[in-house]
Design a protein around this ligand. Sequence first.
Ligand code: R5P
Length: 298
Amino acid sequence: MLIVGGSNSQVLSHELSKELGVKEILLDYKKFPDGETYVRIPAEVNSETVAVVQSMAHNPDEYLMEYFLLVRTLRDLGAKKIVGVIPYFAYARQDARFRPGEAISLHIVRDLLEQVGTDMLITFDLHLHREGNLDELFNIPVVNLTAMEALAGYIVTHFKYETPIVIAPDEEAEKWAKVAAKALGGASFDVLAKKRDVRTGEIEIAPKNLTVEGKDVLIVDDIISTGGTMATAVKMTKVQGAKRIVAACTHPLLIGGAYTNILRAGADALIGTNSIESPVSVVSIAPIIAKAISDSLE
Ligand code: R5P
């Protein structure tokens, strides 16, 4: 087996090759003056299984194009099996035609990934709200891993949380809160919702069932993009008297002032994974990917 890291996932691909104890092919990559991408795979790949690691964060069109060039070239060079490791899968949010005439981007990206020669896809906490069944969505095997246990593990090691509560900022994140809570040894979890304060009659955003007052809170989401969702969740949890608040996500896109806004909203820390390399990417997903690859090759 061999690992090829795309230009957006160099650290992760290096870590993955260490985890698996297999050779990492160092890509020959450049941009032409007109913006076109050049890639060369300077290694013998004939009859090899090759994992192509490429997150699609920040500049998805460019990294997708690079991925397509890599996978088709590996196919041409005789690779036996190509495993696409795309921890952050861009375009997943446009999974339906919300307005007439819109492109259903998820479906188009899926088709292209399959057509260039991806035999199997590994991704993380895929943002699927309407497409529930991955086996129906893709024509190739897809492993949708979660980083929530690993993020919870970091909390156990680095924060001496007492009787933690895990909070989802919205209904869509509840499934991730549930996984993180279980990994914290059966902690309670809840989801934020708009509700009316019984004393003042005012509308507030608060956990549906639990109270966070005096509690150590972990707020989890799949993606932090502009940080608006997480900053609001942190602020509301703080207002309701949480003792400590750590915000966590699988994919720290952190556009603009997201990081500082979340800290200013009252978070004691923000943590994420190296699905996307960022200042908060303290949890490595390489061991999780390595296990999934090993399991799939058994
Ligand atoms: C939404 O459904 C996602 O799970 C995230 O909550 C969302 O992408 C976060 O976006 P932002 O950081 O821009 O609020």
